[in-house]
Design a protein around this ligand. Sequence first.
Ligand SMILES: O=C(O)c1ccccc1NCC(=O)[C@H](O)[C@H](O)COP(=O)(O)O
Length: 259
Amino acid sequence: MSILDQIIERKKREVADAKSKISVFQLKDSEFFDRPTFSLKETFKTKSGIITEFKRKSPSKGIINDKVSPLEVVSQYENFGASAVSILTDKDFFGGSFDDILSVRNHINIPILRKDFMIDEYQFYEAKSIGADIILLIAACLSPTQVSEFTELAHSLNLEVLLEIHSEEELKHINKNVDLVGINNRNLKDFKVDLQHSVDLKNKLPNDILSVAESGIYNEEDFRFLKEKGFDGFLMGEYFMKNKNPGEKFEEFVSNVII
Ligand SMILES: O=C(O)c1ccccc1NCC(=O)[C@H](O)[C@H](O)COP(=O)(O)O
């Protein structure tokens, strides 16, 4: 079974368990549920275009950094120009939690992407209840119909949708309502990173859609290459997180690459 299949199997059990404990009605009662959300499409216009990710570990890299707190890191990400922060909420494979979002929500004024594996409507209500602004839909885990229905639900909750694709086959998951399309440079089956593959796929996207280059951006040259090829946004996790002070690393990066 591939890692992605294992994650989805675990996620199905996790969602069933959560549903048996907390109803959608209770989720709607959260202090965050009715708050006005922040828009990534807007912060792309005014900030760096970089979505910095808070991630403690991953299946491909193991432990990346389990010594820093979400608040200290994402506050610096915001101060130094991140357009949004992506925060992993998957516990088993990425070491994340809802608390990672809850602990920062009232302290930052940029969009938060709930980074998880969305397979059930219930998770959208969860995302809203913890203060997220954006959700990720991974084409490899969903049918085009699910993408379309989940997008509609997300929008009804004022959440923006970042749809992640990796292959030409997954282009058919794109519909006119998704807010942004992310192209994952990393193949989730074998974890190989190929920036050129993403550039080739980007050239096949509809012209008017905002595009995000995701994963495996390991240095300034990678970033410049992808920017030059026309990507609007860049999702970066490990490159900053692997440092003792991820926020400082981001500051240094931004001062070198953003003119
Ligand atoms: O990164 C993994 O090992 C992974 C494995 C299976 C599913 C998803 C995975 N990664 C999630 C991500 O999308 C990345 O955390 C994100 O794009 C940032 O990537 P990076 O800059 O390489 O940390």
